[in-house]
Write a protein that binds this ligand. Sequence first.
Ligand code: PLP
Length: 400
Amino acid sequence: MKKNNLKGWGSVAVHSGHQKDPNYAHLTPIYASSTYIFDSAEQGMHRFTGQEKGYIYGRWGSPSITEAEEKIAALETYGTSIEATAILHASGMAAITTLLMSTLSQGDKILSHFSLYGGTDELVHRILPRFGVSAVIEDLRDLEKAESALRQDKSIKMVYLETPANPTIQCVDIAALSALAKKYNCIVACDNTFATPYLQQPFTLGADFIVHSTTKFLNGHGTAIGGALVGKDIERMRGPIYKFHKTTGANSNAFDSFLLVQGMKTLEVRMERHCANAEQVARFLEGHKKVKKVNYTGLSSHPDFAIAAKQMKHPGALLSFEVEGGLQGGIQFMDKLNFCTRAVSLGTCDTLLSHPASMTHFSVPKEEKEKYGITEGLIRMHVGIETVDDIISDLDQALQ
Ligand SMILES: *Cc1c(COP(=O)(O)O)cnc(C)c1O
């Protein structure tokens, strides 16, 4: 939120949000305290009325949480005059739930693309409809389709974007869709988890809200689950949205916030390495005779290559590829991996691979899977920051 005189991206990532500790600890200590004391009844009253700044109760915030929130807001607005504020959550899903439930009401709809994160998909298709909020799903890479949906349905109040997205790394044009949304008086929210503020700044492209699963690249080490909701409308963020978050108990905790703060300090160097490695891995896979197809936005063969190049600094660290032999081929490939890690999730230091057809999407019907581009031999890969030759030689031996 606060703009100071820090110039470089790396400097902001390391220093922003930090407050000098009253006991001179170098890092903000983990405030493992459920409540905060008042020197007098009067001080308690002043904290409650907001006349005096200060913490009151752990569910409403703590210094560890504030530091993480200010750092995220500083990174999402880096290099701009945009003011934004962040609210840290217990998970990415908690942040998305706060966003949707505190900004939408019964009868409202959201417009979104079809390749939503699984939890978000579940929320908008199975949970929110019970409260009268539903989703219109379109292929948002087609701007005409997006506009006709907005024109036809006046109950659409939010355009919800997730770019790049699982599993074929599709991207949608944030600036073009934001401009359309504004024309029809809709708010725009963007899940920026895959790109991180280092690669993509949705606020500069017209988004009103950004959500993150901080579990991924922001934490960067796979040590904690967390989420953030960032918004440009400060009054709304500090008012009804913060109130929703604090009342539903969606808050994070001091330990996870501490880990997140340390992780964010190295985001720039990690992303540079993740992305450089991913580009090399993608090229290796593209040239491999046992690989049928590679989905990576850094390859000109990807349908969203141009959109990614326009709105992202680098094409990112996520890719997917198809091995021969269908389901069995995918399983065999996964079992042969020695060096890389078999796991879902992303954003960790190590390379993670998963096989949607036998894991995350095992119970999804085949036709449904195909709609999302999940073929039986599709492998999803998060490229880590290890020495790239080691990653490539493991893939090579597993493909034999
Ligand atoms: C992981 C993820 C989420 C959910 O975050 P959690 O921290 O697991 O709740 C949401 N969106 C995207 C794009 C994700 O990758």
